[in-house]
Ligand binder design. Sequence first.
Ligand code: ADP
Ligand code: GLC
Length: 491
Amino acid sequence: MNIALISAEVSPFAKEGGLSDITSALPKAWQSLGHNAIIILPKYGDIDTDYFKLEPLDITISVPIGYWTEYASLWKTTLPGRDDVTVYFIENQDYFARHGIYGNPEGFKDNDRRFLFLSRASFELCKAIGFKPDIMHAHDYHTAMVMPFLKMQYKNDPFFYTTVGVLTLHNLAYQGWFNPKKIFELSGWPWQEFYPGSFFEMKGQFNAMKTGIMFADKITTVSPTYANEIRWTEYGEGLQEYLHQRSADLIGVLNGADYQEWSPEKDAHIVIPYSLKNLESKQSNKNFLLRDFQVPAYDLERDIPLVGMVSRLTDQKGIELLEQTIEDFIKYGAIRLALLGSGEKRYEQFFHYLANKYPTRVFVTIGYNNTLSHRIMAGCDYLLIPSRFEPCGLTQIYAMKYGTIPIVRLTGGLADTVKEYNPSTRTGDGFTFNGFRAHDFSIALRKALALYKTEWHWDQIRNNAMKKDLSVMYSAQEYIDVFIWALEKTH
Ligand code: ADP
Ligand code: GLC
């Protein structure tokens, strides 16, 4: 099967969160399953052309925009370590050469135009390189406009006659609300198609996510629980009605881990590799991490659980629950805390406050740091993910492979991937809580910490977690099944 995956983020070239992990992991897995996948992504200004060995192609594509034409040059490389997965980059100085992917927190003013251009250019790219896709697989609102372009324009092109569109929803909190006049002018869609209740319209605006949902042949989201949750008001972010309408074509496909990147046995970022057979080396990783954080030697002697968090610092991630509780645990020496993240200032300030007040117990790194994210995964005893909502979440999946016990709120993919440890049956691999309440979070954390000193339980839960297999290979196969379903329905 020929699959063209189009995304605003692909690891390691352009990453803000888990979207990029999945958009590079899936094509690798599809290739391994015998399919033919390409990746399409913008050539952002921050991408290091030399480091990633990008080669210019001698091709300029013409992209129809409104009544005129704009142009893009093409570059390509392969995914690091995988010569069989080609990544194509769309270069346009005006849209992508600047610093940053989205221009967060406010977003670039021309994101409507940038992502419309990317979506349309991906068709022209496929034609220019002679790649006839069976599937155009788009991700989130940034590339959701691939779906209407396919149905409104490219379906009439013999090159795409048999192509179907699948849209994966990674996060409904970001939808792409744009000025409809501008979008219709740039896209070439007939203005009479924009009316209250049409596929494109929501609250008088153009909504890229809704439009993608309405036009896609199939819609997937990144966990079965999130696929159910989003049909209801609490999690639907206003799109629940449309997701209900399309529920016969909507399915949850659980994300998985690329264990080539995320396994303690072969992780080049961590100080000492380890596996279930030599867990003492996990302790060495913890010691190295604490030394890096400049914990004084006298304090290093104390065996205090190290609790980690690697996260975008947004409302989604449930930092409020920590604001109300975590200081008590730190004050009385029940935990040390290692945080890596960036995002909203109010959360950054909260963590700075803790780090200043408890310099030997709280270690805060604000910013993006891939190596440190791996080291925290390896060196911590627990990982916190108390999310308000979580379409899937990847850090808990990675943490388990490193024997780092996740403490999660039971929502979305967290509910599908972490099982509460039961001391009587000695099954389960993490700790969970239900309500989005500080009290519930606190109880889960207490329960988790109680296990730390009971060696047989502590060994057991780490053993269970490390043996858990949530490989992206399973996800990749499920996507293929969805693609077959989409092709069968349409032809
Ligand atoms: P989300 O996509 O909502 O941010 P996920 O758990 O799916 O959440 O994925 C987060 C990904 O981003 C993981 O690979 C995690 O390691 C990485 N990550 C998050 N924050 C940082 C950071 N500050 N530095 C490095 N990696 C980070
Ligand atoms: C989104 C979600 C996260 C998910 C990731 C990859 O950013 O917030 O839960 O794991 O996409 O699908």
